[in-house]
Every structure is written in structure tokens, then in C-alpha cells.
Write a protein of this length. Sequence first.
Length: 291
Amino acid sequence: MLTVQILIDGFAISALYGLGAVGFTLMFGVSGVLNLAHGGIMVVSAVTAWVVAGEYGAGSYLGALAGVVAGIVTSFATYFLVVRPIQRSRAVPDVEKEVFVLTGTLLWGIMLQEAVAYFYTDNPKTVRPLIEGVTVLGGVRTPTNEYLIAAICWLTIGLLWLLVNRTKAGKALLAASINPRGLTLLGFELSRIYLLVWAIYGVLAGVAGVLLATFLGTSSAQAGQLTASAFSIVVLGGLGSVSGSLLAAYIVGYLETCTAYLVSPTIRSMPVLILLVLVVYLRPQGLLGRR
């Protein structure tokens, strides 16, 4: 029964990790931005869902929708208030802009974290499940909401795949990740491509944040941990590789779940960190990344 429990819980948490990491790696692949405010955006989405659903009594579904909208708004705020001013600044040398963007998004993420803690404290907050009830599988009783979370994550990832591979806008995103200069020569405006990728990223981060709040709960103190987890998954899978990020998400999810159940929850991240060090040392481009 313990094996079944590990398989179920590991699949759900890995799906959540995968959804968050896909947005993170899509952002880097298209715009070259490593957004270190990632965890802060997820926390804002989760807390917004909690406030709307609980304090305003709007219910879980309206709360979840409000959380996703908050993710989109915070994503655009990150772009317009932090990233774009740095990228367009004449005072910052071009060779140093990536470092300034990293620093800017890191500080912005801390500001989001502190703002949430100031207005709503840093106590853990849990959004009511999107669906009530318990499902018995293999003799293990698991909240039905856990299965729904995994299904929503993979449905969202599937819709993203359709967008990228079956629409004109999606193909422009793909082209921007390969040859942005060639895309501009074809008449496309990179500014619109970047707006689209930040919008998609906001949706993915918002959905991941809301689902996390219905599954494990969240607090402002988790913002840094969420960013670190997404960054570790992206590095492990390979920067810019969506398939690599999904593979790494399941490796990380199951490693953490096995460690929590079989050893101790307090060191659940330790095996992942060891694996990350080994991969960086032996295969710096990641599992499925390109040199």
C-alpha cells in the first residue's frame, strides 16, 4: 500500500512541478529571461485564490479563476516594471543586462513575498479543494482533488503543446526561441511575441500556484523555495528544453516523495540537490538540453 501511495502522491506533485517548470523554461527559451520572481508570482496567485474563495465567500472555482488572473497581472507587472526597463536601458551595458534582469527579478520576487506577508501574514494558507470526496485505488484512500490536480496540469500542458505546434502565434514563439533575428526579418515584432510569452507564463504560474494551494497549501515564506525548485528542475532537464523540464519534474517529484515517505520529510530535497550537482558536473547541458 505504501508503494501505491508513493506512486499516487508522486504523480500529483510531479505534475505540479512540471506545470510550473514548463512556464519557467518557456520564458527562458523564447525571451532569454530567467525569472527569479517565479515563486512570488505563484504565491500571489495562491493567496489571491484563498482571499477570494474564503474571505469574500466566492467559492473555490471563482477563487481559482481570480488566482489565475492575479498570476497574469503579476506576470505583466514583472515584465513592464522590471524586465523591460532594464532591457531598454541605455545606462546598462548590453553584456550586463542579463545579470541586471536576474537581480531585478530576484528583488521583485522578494518584494512580492514581503507584500503578501505584510497584508496576509506568512502563515500557511490552504484553498478548499476544487472537488470533494475520496477515491480508493489499490487499497489507498486519496482525496479526489489530488487526481483532479494531476489531470488539470496535464490538460494545461497539452493545450500549451497545441498552441505552440498548431497555431500561427505558437509557431512564432517557437521561431523566436530558435532565431529571433530571422523572425524579425519576416515581419514579426518581437515585442508582441514577448507579450504573448509573458501572458502564457502568467497563466501557467497562476494555475500552478492555485493548484498548489488546494493540494499542499502555501505561504509567502515558500516563494524562494518554489523559485529554487523550478530553477533546479529546469537546470536538471536542460535550459530551454520543455521535454527535459517535464522529465526532470517527475524525477524530482518522485525522489522527494520517496525520501519523505521512506526516510524523513525534513530532508526530502537532499537527494535532488545531490543529483543536481552530479548532473551539472557530468552533463552541464542537462538531461535533454543542447550544448
